[in-house]
Design a binder for this molecule. Structure first.
Ligand code: RB5
Length: 142
């Protein structure tokens, strides 16, 4: 898969760790920034990643900010985007199995790099269960 990754200054420390796991799993990274620790506005980067997923240029997206909250709020404004804020393994797995999340959000000030790696690994290797969950998703998302 091709995975769009975006962050703000609060998430930048985690971005390379996340990109490394994505590549280790055999996927391609499309880095949408930011590229320095200078203070930036997270909605811009959420928008860039979601646009890639909406256009079908990337299969999924990963967004990192300080808490993951701002990124998830913005991402879920975009049609067809099902963004999940996952800071541990259970919701990472369920967001895929039950919600077919296509954008993962995490907070670099909340999760350490070891946990973040496992969250990404779980999220990228768990399939959507379909069935009744597809019916529920189709009630609110394209
Ligand atoms: C930036 O200081 C911080 O507000 C941002 O990274 C994020 O946590 C917002 O939800």
């Amino acid at each position: 898969m091709k995975i769009a990754i975006g962050c703000d200054h609060g998430g930048i420390d985690l971005k390379e760790t996340v990109a490394k796991v994505v590549r280790e799993l055999g996927h391609e990274v499309d880095d949408q920034g930011c590229f320095s620790e200078e203070s930036v506005d997270y909605p811009e980067f959420a928008k860039a990643v979601c646009a890639k997923v909406q256009a079908g240029q990337c299969d999924r997206g990963i967004l990192l900010c300080g808490t993951g909250i701002g990124m998830s709020m913005v991402a879920n404004k975009f049609s067809g985007i099902r963004a999940a804020l996952c800071q541990e393994l259970f919701t990472a797995r369920m967001s895929r199995e039950h919600n077919d999340a296509n954008v993962l959000c995490m907070g670099a000030r909340v999760v350490g790099s070891g946990l973040a790696e496992e969250v990404v690994r779980t999220w990228l290797t768990t399939d959507f269960a379909g069935g009744r969950h597809l019916r529920r998703i189709s009630m609110f998302s394209s």
